[in-house]
Design a protein around this ligand. Sequence first.
Ligand SMILES: Cc1ncc(COP(=O)(O)O)c(C=O)c1O
Length: 443
Amino acid sequence: MTMLAANWSLADALAEEEARFTAANPRSRERALAAAAVMPGGNTRTVLHYTPFPLAFARGEGATLTDLDGHTYRDFLGEYSAGLYGHSHPVIVAAAKRAIEGGIVLGGPNMYEAKRAAAIAARFPSVERIRFTNSGTEANLMALVTAIAATGRSRVLGFRGGYHGGVLTLKPGVPTNAPFEFVLARYNDLASVEALLREGADQFACAIVEPVMGGAGAIPATSEFLRGLRDLTTRHGILLIFDEVMTSRHGAGGVQGLLGITPDLTTFGKYLGGGFSFGAFGGRAELMDRYDPYRPDAFAHAGTFNNNVTSMATGYAGLTEVFTPAVAEALYARGERLRGRLNAAAVAAEVPVRATGLGSMIGIHPTDRPIITAEDAPEAKESRALIHLALIARGIYIARRGFMTLSLPQTPEDDDALVAAFADVLRTHARVLRDHAAAHVAA
Ligand SMILES: Cc1ncc(COP(=O)(O)O)c(C=O)c1O
């Protein structure tokens, strides 16, 4: 593709990418317009919206997606990490079929859920007991209310830019958040936590942290930060919640396993449901046993689909037959290599774009400055849109904000194709990306 970018601004380059995208995707555009008649903006999941309109997919197979206009893409979004097994893994498909054929809505305990619980507990040693939910959001809501009820304290320590679910977005001015008493510190900055605790540590029920910030752009916590947080929370009787909804895929036992840190509660979701709706919260027996319904003072936790047979069966089959510890470690190593290759390509192109992340979570950012906290990741909407649409034009599907996760059916050719497409995008748009990053630094 030739871009007449020599004297163009970022806005011009983006307009050209958008025009190309619109011309190439009439069916996706039609779908978006028709859907908008009954769904606000044609959307039911904010994160899937982007301009000029999102691609809609007709099907997925392995690690490939086909859109309504017949283009195929290498799927590097991986359904925001829930798509670890890809779109048609035979073990997952067989487990789902078996489960469905055995009855869909049994309305009682089934033969999958306890095996499923044991399989997770075996991988995540901090999990002595676990309960299931339908989403990561719900898992975090449950972990928070558990901590508040168990401690009798009301405040929750979170981190600016943190994302714990649709009603738990930790940035200012979100009118649809659940009404928890969040107090926010700076990610990767223990001094900011200490400063908040000095003002009244005994009011905090818990601290909740993503070991790698996902929504903020694949920003990993340092081990010193997470260890320090463990020490501080222990010292003040504050429960520590690791939100491993995304990061449980790192190594055999999540980031807690990699670092040997034991949170009081952990929340899970995404791929652990085998690709079906899923969430879970678990941790210390003493806390979780408050939900033991044999107890006269038991806390209640409901959810019609908590033990739905498809998520229970596919999640179990995936974790025990496919995503074994060895496979998990190999995926982590593959992600580390791929991130290194993307950064090498950006350095070679002399374009201030960098990849952050850990293992199989990668974030592309239009800056070459260090990204330690959410505030360091530039919003840079136009640069992000340009990179996104230019990658789509080259057959690579990622999130608008540059987020990617790897999946198991991908091959070395997929990784090579991503690196080649990324390098080509940077070469094609080098000047406008450089200008824009420079303007951002100056501002
Ligand atoms: C770290 C983290 N926590 C919680 C959630 C919410 O999970 P769900 O979308 O299943 O509600 C997400 C989703 O992206 C997440 O990344």
